[in-house]
Design a binder for this molecule. Structure first.
Ligand SMILES: [Zn+2]
Length: 316
């Protein structure tokens, strides 16, 4: 531990300068709006799913940000008012929307100009909705957490974000919630409610292990808890299990904070470096830069992966 802190203090002097009280705080974000991993894409079901999710978020007083893929607002080439209405509900619930690109494209896999065009295409409806609510559109979340493979791409993209008034929304609590969500939606779609119940029951204990992992990384790197940022998705699993997830976090001592509040933690002044790795959290990138080997991620139970099937290999 002493060696770790020593290495870290050389790499990130600012990171160790301010030790905040040892409280636990987390900002919660939902990606792939208006929906991901649902048993059916019928309008009524999507409306009900969104309503349940937003009620659960509201009940726990979570100031969440939702990240939109506007491609999902279109059906048969036309903007679907029912799907735009799902986004309006997020705003009506007092939550903020951000940009997650139009078509969930990866900055590691397409040229920068293609990526930037997709990002701009993905702000049309969201910017209009946000401005209608009197709020600026400012958050950007990288799909797959892919941040670009070279320092040149990353620097050029940062310039682009600055020019367009976007702030990157980091993730420190990386996880495979989406595999549970794919499995849950498939079990429900096949009418196997017992399997869906088992998958849901395994979800919160899994997330508890995920948080223990992120807490340990923060402790190894900074010698304290940091304000964490969790990524989840707008899916049927969270519509049904977010109350249990929030209860677990509260019991673990977490306070729910906004993304703005989280980024005030000086940990976020630590540089992120190119690793060439796929989809890592900021904590994992910082760990690698400090020469630490992050402990193994919490495992997803085999029966959950089996239910998710080949979709689990696709990644989010
Ligand atoms: Zn995504």
């Amino acid at each position: 531990m002493k060696i770790c802190l020593l290495v870290l203090s050389l790499l990130f002097p600012a990171a160790l300068a301010a030790q905040t009280p040892n409280e636990r705080a987390v900002a919660i974000t939902f990606d792939d709006l208006p929906f991901a991993s649902v048993p059916t894409e019928e309008d009524a079901a999507l409306g009900a799913m969104t309503e349940r999710l937003l009620q659960a978020v509201h009940a726990s007083a979570v100031p969440a940000v939702g990240f939109v893929n506007e491609a999902k607002l279109y059906r048969d080439g036309s903007l679907d008012p029912a799907r735009v209405e799902l986004l309006r509900r997020w705003l009506a619930a007092g939550l903020e929307l951000g940009n997650h690109t139009y078509s969930h494209v990866s900055l590691n896999r397409v040229p920068l100009d293609v990526f930037e065009a997709d990002l701009l295409r993905g702000e049309t409806v969201t910017r209009s909705l946000m401005e209608g609510a009197g709020r600026p559109l400012r958050w950007f979340r990288h799909p797959f957490l892919h941040q670009g493979k070279t320092p040149e791409v990353r620097a050029a993209f940062q310039d682009f974000l600055n020019q367009h008034g976007y702030v990157v929304a980091p993730v420190t609590v990386n996880n495979s919630e989406w595999i549970f969500a794919v499995a849950y939606a498939r079990a429900q779609a096949q009418g196997d409610l017992e399997a869906a119940r088992r998958i849901g029951a395994a979800y919160v204990p899994y997330m508890q292990a995920v948080f223990a992992h992120a807490e340990q990384l923060a402790l190894d790197l900074f010698g304290r808890n940091i304000a964490q940022v969790l990524v989840l998705h707008a899916n049927a699993l969270n519509a049904d299990y977010f109350p249990a997830l929030a209860a677990m976090l509260t019991q673990r001592g977490y306070r729910f904070i906004s993304l703005d509040q989280a980024l005030q933690d000086r940990a976020y002044q630590s540089p992120t470096t190119v690793t060439g790795s796929e989809g890592e959290s900021w904590l994992e990138v910082w760990s690698r830069a400090a020469g630490l080997r992050p402990p193994q991620q919490a495992p997803v139970p085999a029966f959950v992966t089996q239910w998710a099937g080949t979709a689990a290999l696709r990644g989010y």
